[in-house]
Design a protein around this ligand. Structure first.
Ligand code: FAD
Length: 403
């Protein structure tokens, strides 16, 4: 029997365990990790760690001795296959049964599979785990021409890393623009030109219909009839929550995501959830959301731990993420899809740029590059408190849209 059982050895669990001890929890804590590694940060995997190993030792969420020093037990290679909320028991793939007092579901997400012929040929990868990054890095050594399927944040980071490694890179995106979730066609076009300027070939409005090859992948055949020769394919078409093991449990799911309330409690007693795996109510935007970003996993992991200790704190954060497309590191606060107008300041070429997304006269999101932290904090306050900016749009006018 374990007092605090944390399922999933990722960012949210690691932060939750740390918070439990920092807040004075004296009960036993066990983290069940499917992988063979202690919790690590994923963001470096698509950036510098896709092409080199420098800084590899620094990816771990906590230093090596942390778990022992804080009396936190870490079970590696322990995949959970079932949760019985009536008897408060979990079962692992190795056949262990573990009783719990409180449990946190933090199993994250897994890449959506590409469902076309040839998708399992050697040379075809997706990128989520450290082992995926290691496999791609090994394949890069022999490869000359890579195709990246999917032009969203992760796909674009992968494209840039592969270009850095000296590969010829083609990106195939099914939608009409890259980085569609920025909801800003002018930014999408900027990044398209940027990728092309770095040597990438960008194909929009098309998808992979088949991956062809004899022993390894040799080409991507597209729905529009293109044949793109390649020897490496990275599939980056989104993620799905890792909740297969909850099928048949009494924990409510919605589109596979674990439904949590404002206190990050699930529908079952003593069961909490945090991170990529959740769908939660976002009070800032007054609707349910699921967010697959680093900051959300940290903040939900921390809050869930406090509530597992009997506190009653509500999740109330302005969502935030960062991304690095080549030399352009950007931050996004809030929900870009909430806006009906955008106001730009600065220029991307000069590395100092802010795009405010407004709904009516209320800021809903901020895309920024190289701006001072103070400015971001102010924007966060405006978004959180839905502060109207009166006639700001009229005063700045359309000429403010300078890229
Ligand atoms: P995870 O970190 O995925 O941890 C879940 C863990 O649970 C995994 O170790 C998994 O193996 C384990 N698990 C799954 N099923 C089971 C089971 N049944 N039993 C036991 N264990 C299980 N976000 C940003 O904001 N900015 C970025 O630049 C950025 N870059 C990223 C780059 C990459 C390559 C990836 C993959 C993600 C990136 N993210 C980024 C997203 C960010 O890493 C995630 O949002 C974050 O890791 C989510 O944390 P989590 O704890 O919810 O899930």
């Amino acid at each position: 029997h374990v007092d605090f059982l944390l399922v999933g050895g990722g960012l949210a669990s690691a932060v939750a365990a740390q918070t439990l001890r920092a807040e004075g929890a004296t009960g036993s804590i066990l983290i069940l990790c499917a992988e063979a590694l202690p919790p690590y940060h994923h963001p470096p995997l698509s950036k510098h760690l896709l092409t080199g190993t420098e800084g590899e030792a620094r990816i771990f969420v906590h230093p090596e001795g942390f778990y022992g020093e804080h009396d936190i037990e870490l079970a590696l290679g322990a995949r959970v296959v079932g949760v019985d909320t009536a008897t408060q028991l979990v079962t692992t793939a190795r056949g262990e049964e573990i009783g719990y007092g409180q449990i946190l579901i933090a199993t994250g997400a897994t890449p959506k599979p590409l469902r076309v012929p040839g998708a399992s040929l050697p040379g075809v990868f997706s990128l989520r785990r450290k082992t995926d990054a290691d496999a791609i890095r090994a394949a890069i050594v022999e490869a000359k021409h890579a195709v990246v399927l999917g032009g969203s944040f992760l796909g674009m980071e992968i494209v840039m890393s592969l270009l850095d490694a000296g590969l010829k890179v083609t990106i195939i995106e099914q939608g009409p623009v890259l980085l569609r979730h920025l909801e800003a066609p002018e930014l999408s076009r900027y990044f398209e030109r940027y990728a092309e300027g770095r040597g990438a070939t960008v194909i929009l409005n098309d998808t992979a219909a088949a991956l062809n090859g004899r022993e390894r992948v040799q080409e991507v055949e597209t729905a529009a009839g293109r044949h793109v020769a390649c020897d490496l394919v990275v599939v980056s078409i989104g993620v799905a929550p890792a909740t297969d093991f909850l099928a048949g449990s009494s924990i409510a799911l919605e589109d596979g995501y674990v439904v949590v309330d404002a206190l990050l409690r699930t529908s079952a007693p003593n069961v909490f959830a945090a991170g990529d795996v959740t769908t939660f109510y976002d009070p800032v935007f007054a609707r349910r959301r699921h967010i697959e970003h680093w900051d959300n996993a940290v903040k939900q992991g921390r809050l869930a731990a406090r509530n597992m200790m009997g506190r009653r704190l509500r999740y109330d954060e302005v969502s935030y993420f960062f991304c690095e497309v080549g030399d352009i590191g950007f931050n996004v606060l809030g929900a870009t899809e909430e806006a009906d107008a955008r106001v730009a300041r600065g220029t991307l070429d000069q590395g100092s740029f802010a795009l405010f997304y407004l709904k009516g006269d209320v800021p809903r999101a901020l895309f920024s590059v190289g701006r001072p932290a103070d400015e971001t904090r102010v924007a966060e306050g405006l978004i959180r408190h839905r502060v109207g900016l009166g006639d700001i749009k009229d005063r700045l006018g359309e000429s403010a849209l300078v890229l």
